[in-house]
Structure formats: structure tokens, C-alpha cells
Design a protein around this ligand. Structure first.
Ligand code: ADP
Ligand code: ZN
Ligand code: ZN
Length: 712
């Protein structure tokens, strides 16, 4: 917290340059002198005031940052570091640079012929300027690879000159909206009922029920009223189609915030949102901190998605902050999902949220039919049972597409010695190494710490040459299916095949056009995609997801299954979903056969109530990691002791080892705090946190506090 050197110094929310030890850092003014508990001697002078007006012009957003800092028990500085675009943290001016464009001058046209042949770059650049139909933007310069120095020398010669564009995007033609069906109409009307007042609405609509169209029409209303809309989506790179649909409808009023932007691009979009120039902002998790001039509504699509929760640093939930921001701003917040989180569903069921249900697919097609394939005692070929292979063959022969889902990338999860049973494991983690079949050679990789090593040519224990791969990953499935169905083009979609920018869009285009007939992938293909010709979805192995120590595992398994099943039969014909399992009588699987998520979710909610777990209770988690096992454990034991001495209402569980008990060489433990009421949890943590910070071990182990943890 930095304070200004005069009482009438820069307003709260302005950036200032301040001394910090021997360095100079950028800080944000968070209080004035009159209200500080500090004495004169504790204060230092500001070196330079960077902003004349607060960077967050929206006072509600500033309040949100302060609330987030209290709620997550982090300093306001931590929250600001997460909320501010990098360019602002580095001290760049919070001002929109007028957009420069370049065009050729008359002199440039006549002098062009005289450019010497060896000045290749200048010649090429000038040719481009002469041939360009419109003034050339900086984006085009980038694409054409025209450097700043070339540009400068052309401008110095008077061959080109700069022009500034006005900020407001030109009026655009807007894409046509669809005619809503009754359920969609009811949802849009319900949303429109809440203008200028806070309400959370949950759109609980089956996959393909047209939730996106509901958002689009609710947004159109806001734009009409001169307001802006903020849309949070899980991962932009994975679902380029979603963004396209918003851009098609609202064209250049849409700004997209994603991880692929440069610092400068991010800042420009951020400032255009703040100035009200862009009407719609679509972004991932951190976009919740975007300042908006006239925010009228927030939408959180796929609200159940785990990516809305940051897993390190400030462990905030963007969805939960969206609701807080809606409340502070007095506007509606729309949560949408085919598989709502139990937290949101519970709120809808007890009428805190308005529950809007879409039960039918917008296409009018019936939901896919689901079959459980009992694999017990069945011969499996590379993980496939006979009936499943026959079904794949049938759908391919019928000119349809097939999607095979397995939530494990790589070739095989285990490499084992055939003679002595040795298994390749990670030296730094409590886990095995995954076998990958790279483009040129096969290798082993740890999926927890990234450790990489070449495929060994013999067993390190007994020197046996024959090493066997056990189990299946996406690579192996792809290889097998390509051999088994050689006439059908196949595409694997997982983290390894989508590293290249644009890869995902290309695969999706190929799948949509029908040129890819077989899709193999991880949960990446389960999310929000619209593949019109997929009629069979095959789930190879669901059992792993059914049996896990995390109490949320059944919820996650149900969500994943419903989402992946939702890729089947979205157009044309009824889809089919086949799930292989060794536990066909598992109650969760049995109840999922009707693909009725609500029914499953209600059962899960009852179980949570019976075992006093969220959303019926509220949790916080303290994690500790150390190379020294005992220190991590002792730190948490001491924390537990302090906690129980102060508050007897809280249920304390642990310290216990984390699910991955050692990662990158560090032992990991956790202490879980479970409270019946939030009003008990947060004050207790506030009270105890200074004590924990002062524990002698606190500076020796790596520890963190996670409010509403999602990953146990
Ligand atoms: P969801 O987001 O609920 O999964 P989508 O919005 O992707 O569903 O809609 C699924 C398909 O149905 C899309 O192809 C969409 O264009 C179409 N669709 C949505 N609403 C309508 C409607 N009212 N009339 C006709 N088609 C619609
Ligand atoms: Zn061996
Ligand atoms: Zn590892």
C-alpha cells in the first residue's frame, strides 16, 4: 500500500512510482493520508504520479477488487497484480493511442522507380503501400513484416505519411437473429425483466438447446439500451466457434481478451472497454476485471467449468466474482450450462437464482440414446470391445462421423519391464511416466512436472530389452483406429496436437466439413463444440473417473459424460452414445443412462447434504509443500492447533497427503477446513491468518490458502 506525499495527492486508484528498498516500483494508491493508521516516519514519498485519474474508472469495480481481497484473504496488491493488464503494471500510459494508419504520398509514387535494387525491403514495402486500396494499419504492417525502421526511413523521405483514425468503430451491419422457440423466448423475456437490478439467472439447458441464441438476443437488448455486456467463457483457443458466433452477430463491437494477445493489444481492448468504445467483451477468467463504462449484464457460459477457478496465486473464482460484480453494479448475471455446478443448481433450487430450464434441443432432434457396454470378461482389442468396434464400423459405413473419447493423452500411461515388472516412474513426483510416440522418436514424460526422458532401450533394473506399454492413451487409440479403418480420415485432438496456434480451428473446420471421419480426443473435444455430422460418441474408459478420492469426482464424471454425449446427433439423425465400463451397475452410471443431469445432480446434492459437504457447507484449504516432508506436515499441524484453539465450530480435516503426494520434488500436504456457515469460516480465517504467517515454519515451506477449493 503506497501513500501519497500530500493530503491532496493523487486520487485513490491512480498509479504512482515509489521507492522500494533500492528499487523503484509501480504502486496503486489505495488510501489517503487522513485515513491511514501509519505514522509520519513509516511513510515514504512518491517519486512520480503516473495517472491523473483512477485506472479503474468504474467505482464498483474498485469495490469488487477490495471485496475480492477480503474474501480470498489476499492483499489488495495481489488482487491488483491479477486484475491489471501487464502493460499497466509496467507503467504504460492508461490512454488509448490514436490508431495510426499509413498511406503513400505523391512523392512516394514518383520516387518509387528510383529506389535502388539492393534496397529490397524498402522496395517491397513501397510496393505494398502503392498497391494497398486503403490506408495501412499497424496490424497489416505486422503481417507484411514491414519493420519499424523501414517505416521510419520511408516516412523520413516523405514517401508515406500517417493518418489517425477516429476511435469509434464504424456502424456495422449486424447478423440476423433466429426465431426463438417457446423455452428460449421465456428465458430471454425473464432476463429482460431484470434491467438495472441485480439478479442471478441460471440457464439450465441441455446441450444444443440454443443457450447461445438466448445470450445473443439478451445482449442485443442491452446494446439497444446503450449498455455493454461482459461474457466469460472457459477457454477461447478450444472453442473458437463460440467467439465467432458473437462476432458474426455483433461484428466490430466485440472485443476478445485471450492469452494469445500481446501486452499492447490487451491494453487497447481493455481501454476500449473502459471508454465504452467496445460494447461486448468476451474473455476468459481474468476478463472479469475488465473495466466497463456502462456495464449492463454479465454472462458466464459453461459456468460449471473448472477453468473459471484460478489454481495458483490468487485462487479466485471468476464466476463467483461475476456474481459479486453484478450485485455491486446492480445488473443481472446469467450463468449458463447443460451441467450446472451443484453450487449453482442448489441456489437455483432454493430460489436464490432464477432457474430457466431448456429441455429440448433447438434442432428438434431427440437426445442421443445411451448404452452401457459391460466390459467385464470381454475380449478387448486395444481397449475396444467387439460391440463398440462394430458400432464404429456401422456409423462410418453410413457416412457419419464418430468421436472416440478417452481422457488420457500420450501413447500409454505405463511402460513396464516384461521380465521383472519394473515401471518407469518420475523421480520427482509420486507418479508414473507416460509413454509418448513423438514424431521422430518415442519418449517418456511426467504429466505433473513435465520431466522428459528418452525411451530407455532396456530395463534399468534387470537389463531386459523387452519393455511393454500398458494401457491406452489418445496416440495409441489413433494409431489403432487408423490401421483398423484405413479408409476414413482420422484426427486426434489433445493438448499435444493443438499446441500450434490455429490448430484447433483447423481441426474443427475439417470436422464440420465432414472431411475428418474419426475424431479421437481428450476432454478438449467434450467442450461446447458443434460437430453436425457426429452420430456416435464412444467413451472408452469411464471407470477411472468414478473412483477417486475427491468428493467432487462423481459430479465431474457426470458433467463430462453429459457434455461429451452432447456432441452426438446434433443435426440430421439421432445420435448414439456408448460407454465402456467394468461397473455397469454403478448407481451414477445407471442414472446417467437417461442423460438426465438434473436428476443425477439432485441425488448428488442429497449425498452432499448427508455427508455435510459443499454446497451445504463452505470450505477452505491450506496446502503446504516442501522438500522436507516433516516440515510441511509440522507446519500444517501447528496451523491446525491454532485453528482449533480459536474456533471450535469448524471441522478440521488433516493434515493429509494431497492426491499427488509429491510433485517436482516437493512433498505435499493439506489441511481442510469445513464450516456450516460462511459467517463462521471467514472471520476465523481472518483471525488466525496472522498467527499462521508468523509460525517459524511459515517462511520455510511453500504454503497457500484456497477459499472454496475445487481440487482436493
Ligand atoms: P447450446 O449453446 O445450448 O449448446 P447452441 O446455441 O449451440 O446450443 O444451439 C445448437 C444449434 O441449434 C445451433 O446450430 C443453433 O444455431 C441452433 N439453434 C439455436 N436456437 C435455434 C432456434 N431458435 N431455431 C433454430 N435453430 C436454433
Ligand atoms: Zn526388468
Ligand atoms: Zn514428475
Amino acid at each position: 500500500m503506497y501513500l501519497s506525499n500530500h493530503t491532496s495527492g493523487p486520487p485513490i486508484g491512480c498509479r504512482v512510482k515509489v521507492p522500494f528498498g533500492s528499487r523503484e516500483l509501480i504502486g496503486v494508491v489505495s488510501a489517503n493520508l487522513e485515513n491511514t493508521p501509519l505514522t509520519e516516519t513509516d511513510l515514504k514519498s512518491v517519486i512520480e504520479v503516473i495517472d491523473t485519474q483512477p485506472i479503474f474508472t468504474d467505482p464498483n469495480l474498485w469495490t469488487l477488487l477490495i471485496k475480492a481481497s477480503h474474501y480470498y484473504h489476499h492483499s489488495l496488491g495481489d488482487v491488483l497484480a491479477t486484475a491489471l493488464p501487464n502493460a499497466l503494471i509496467k507503467g504504460k500510459p492508461a490512454k488509448l493511442e490514436p490508431q495510426k494508419t499509413w498511406q503513400v504520398t505523391e512523392l512516394g509514387k514518383t520516387d518509387y522507380a528510383m529506389i535502388p535494387a539492393r534496397a529490397v525491403r524498402q522496395r517491397q514495402a513501397m510496393q505494398y503501400f502503392i498497391e494497398a486500396a486503403n490506408p495501412v494499419s499497424s496490424e497489416e504492417l505486422n503481417i507484411q513484416d514491414i519493420s519499424a525502421s523501414t517505416l521510419r526511413s520511408l516516412a523520413n523521405k516523405g514517401w508515406i505519411n500517417a493518418q489517425y483514425l477516429s476511435e469509434t468503430p464504424a456502424k456495422v451491419t449486424v447478423g440476423q437473429s433466429l426465431t426463438l422457440n417457446d423455452q428460449q423466448r421465456t428465458a430471454v423475456d425473464a432476463i429482460n425483466d431484470y434491467q438495472n437490478c441485480f439478479k442471478t439467472l441460471l440457464i439450465d439447458g441441455v446441450t444444443g438447446s440454443g443457450k447461445t441464441e438466448v445470450y445473443l438476443q439478451a445482449i442485443a437488448k442491452q446494446i439497444e439500451l446503450g449498455r455493454q455486456v461482459l461474457i466469460l467463457i472457459p477457454e477461447i483457443g478450444l472453442t473458437p466457434q463460440t467467439v465467432q458466433r458473437f462476432e458474426q452477430r455483433f461484428a466490430n463491437q466485440v472485443g476478445v481478451l485471450h492469452s494469445g494477445l500481446t501486452d499492447g493489444q490487451r491494453l487497447t481492448t481493455w481501454l476500449k472497454a473502459r471508454e465504452g468504445i467496445l460494447k461486448i467483451i468476451i474473455g476468459t477468467r481474468s476478463a472479469i476485471f475488465t473495466p466497463m463504462k456502462t456495464l449492463g449484464m454479465i454472462i458466464v457460459d459453461e459456468e460449471h467449468d473448472l477453468s473459471f477457478k484460478q489454481q495458483d496465486g490468487l485462487k479466485y473464482s471468476s464466476r463467483d466474482l461475476a456474481i459479486m460484480r453484478g450485485q455491486l453494479t446492480n445488473i443481472p448475471v446469467i450463468l449458463g450450462s447443460a451441467t450446472p455446478s451443484l453450487e449453482s443448481l442448489q441456489n437455483a433450487l432454493n430460489d436464490r437464482y432464477k432457474h430457466l430450464i431448456l429441455t429440448h434441443r433447438a434442432s428438434g432432434h431427440p437426445p442421443p440414446a445411451l448404452t452401457l457396454l459391460d466390459c467385464k470378461n470381454q475380449p478387448l482389442i486395444e481397449g475396444f470391445s467387439q460391440p463398440l468396434l462394430q458400432a464404429i464400423e456401422r456409423h462410418l459405413a453410413d457416412q457419419q462421423q464418430v468421436l472416440v473419447f478417452i481422457n488420457r493423452r500420450g501413447f500409454a500411461p505405463i511402460l513396464m519391464c516384461h521380465k521383472c515388472g519394473w515401471i518407469a516412474d518420475c523421480k520427482r513426483c509420486d507418479s508414473y511416466l507416460t509413454l509418448h510416440q513423438g514424431a521422430s522418436h518415442s519418449y517418456l514424460q511426467c504429466h505433473h512436472c513435465g520431466h522428459y526422458q528418452k525411451h530407455p532401450d532396456h530395463c534399468p533394473k534387470c537389463h531386459e530389452k523387452e519393455l511393454i506399454s500398458v494401457g491406452q492413451g489418445t496416440e495409441r487409440i489413433e494409431q489403432f483406429l487408423a490401421k483398423r479403418f484405413p479408409d476414413y480420415p482420422i484426427q486426434r485432438i489433445d493438448r499435444d496436437t493443438t499446441r500450434r496456434k490455429q490448430a484447433m480451428s483447423q481441426y474443427i473446420e475439417a470436422a464440420k466439413s465432414g472431411s475428418t471421419r474419426l475424431l479421437v480426443g481428450t476432454q478438449m473435444i467434450a467442450k461446447g463444440h458443434h460437430f453436425p455430422k457426429v452420430t456416435l460418441v464412444a467413451v472408452l474408459d469411464i471407470d477411472g473417473a468414478l473412483f477417486s478420492s475427491d468428493f467432487r469426482a462423481p459430479e465431474r464424471a457426470a458433467q463430462l459424460l453429459i457434455q461429451v454425449a452432447g456432441r452426438a446427433g446434433r443435426e440430421l439423425t439421432q445420435g448414439e452414445v456408448m460407454i465402456q465400463t467394468h461397473h455397469p451397475d454403478h448407481p451414477l452410471l445407471r442414472s446417467l443412462t437417461h442423460l438426465n443431469y438434473q436428476q443425477v445432480a439432485k441425488t448428488l446434492l442429497q449425498e452432499r447434504a448427508a455427508s455435510l459437504l459443499p454446497p451445504h457447507t463452505h470450505m477452505a484449504l491450506i496446502r503446504a509443500e516442501s522438500h522436507n516432508k516433516q516440515q510441511a506436515l509440522d507446519f500444517l499441524s501447528a496451523a491446525r492447533e491454532r485453528m482449533s484453539a480459536t474456533n471450535s465450530q469448524l471441522e478440521l480435516l488433516g493434515p493429509v497427503a494431497c492426491a499427488i503426494s509429491r510433485k517436482a520434488g516437493r512433498y505435499r500436504f493439506q489441511l481442510l477446513i469445513n464450516a456450516t456457515r460462511r459467517s463462521e469460516l471467514h472471520p476465523a480465517i481472518s483471525q488466525i491468518l496472522p498467527d499462521i504467517e508468523n509460525l517459524p515454519l511459515a517462511s520455510r515451506v511453500r504454503w497457500s490458502l484456497d477459499i472454496d477449493p475445487q481440487d482436493l
